[in-house]
Design a protein around this ligand. Structure first.
Ligand SMILES: NC(=O)c1ccc[n+]([C@@H]2O[C@H](COP(=O)([O-])OP(=O)(O)OC[C@H]3O[C@@H](n4cnc5c(N)ncnc54)[C@H](OP(=O)(O)O)[C@@H]3O)[C@@H](O)[C@H]2O)c1
Length: 268
């Protein structure tokens, strides 16, 4: 089924690194053409050159800041101006904020809500209706295992991912009779720049983690099966189930132990 997308265009947000760049590599290998977007242009240019050399992929690069309220609109305009029809949208751009409430930068949090939720929603509603009319296409929204519970010290981030999961599952139910799949991906800890960006680079060493390749492979398997969500990795899946069995108080108190960013912790 994924082969049907060969020669069609995918739009990938957050394509300058990590999971987004890996989606680009996988789609290019499948014969798709790509619109890559993020703020940093240079890594996308290098990726596009590589993919063109390896697979003959046509790549368009549209630098865009999705923390701006008009980011999604500007992006859609730029894509339309190139005359491209998007058959596969990957809303992957996102970042996390970790820290105690007293030290949290409110403006930074508001920008995160814009990127992780508002721009993702905006782009979904800009592209999904066209796919439903054509009876073909897919939207992949990147959520997280953090979507399944409240997480102390990263409360706003985890809540954005719960939003993405619920929003996506609801649209999956609406779109499935129109030949369109809407899929939420819930990665666990994944070896990308995410933790450095969130100011907790050391966390990666202490946690079981997956590669971006594993996350994208699991995503494409779930897309084939037209599932509404996928947790990447069976250990992460079990954890997501355990959280649902525990009381809400237990779940959030456990998160307080694991996610406290304090440098005074013994094992830091
Ligand atoms: N790594 C993990 O453990 C993990 C776990 C669960 C979920 N996730 C989710 O996976 C997705 C991808 O993250 P990643 O792990 O691959 O981390 P990453 O390597 O830091 O990638 C984040 C991507 O988002 C883009 N981005 C950030 N702010 C943006 C903005 N204002 N406008 C446009 N693009 C922006 C970044 O590009 P620029 O900086 O160039 O703009 C980058 O391409 C995120 O949604 C994240 O929440 C990650």
């Amino acid at each position: 089924m994924i082969e049907e997308y060969a020669d069609h265009w995918a739009l990938i947000t957050g394509a300058s690194s990590g999971i987004g760049a890996e989606f680009a590599r996988r789609f290019a290998a499948l014969g798709m053409h790509l619109v890559l977007t993020a703020r940093r242009e240079q890594p996308m240019r290098e990726l596009a050159e590589q993919l063109h050399t390896q697979h003959g992929t046509k790549c368009e690069i549209v630098p865009c800041d999705l923390s701006e309220s008009q980011g999604a609109a500007k992006l859609e305009q730029a894509v339309s101006a190139k005359g491209l029809t998007i058959e596969l949208l990957v809303n992957n751009a996102g970042f996390g904020i970790v820290g105690e409430a007293q030290q949290t930068d409110r403006e930074h949090v508001m920008r995160m809500l814009q990127v992780n939720m508002a721009s993702l929603t905006d782009l979904t509603y800009r592209y999904l209706p066209g796919m439903m009319e054509r009876g073909h296409g897919a939207v992949i929204n990147v959520s997280s295992v953090a979507a399944f519970q409240p997480v102390a010290y990263m409360g706003a981030y985890a809540a954005t991912k719960s939003y993405v999961l619920h929003f996506t599952e609801a649209l999956w139910a609406e779109a499935r009779d129109h030949g369109v799949t809407v899929l939420a991906v819930c990665p666990g800890t994944t070896r990308t720049d995410f933790f450095e960006s969130a100011g907790v680079g050391g966390w990666l060493k202490k946690r079981r983690s997956q590669s971006s390749e594993q996350v994208v492979k699991n995503t494409l398997k779930a897309l084939e099966k037209k599932r509404q969500y996928v947790v990447s990795g069976w250990k992460n899946y079990i954890l997501s189930l355990l959280v649902r069995l525990a009381s809400r108080k237990t779940a959030v108190m456990e998160s307080r132990k694991y996610f406290r960013p304090s440098p005074k912790k013994k094992d830091e």
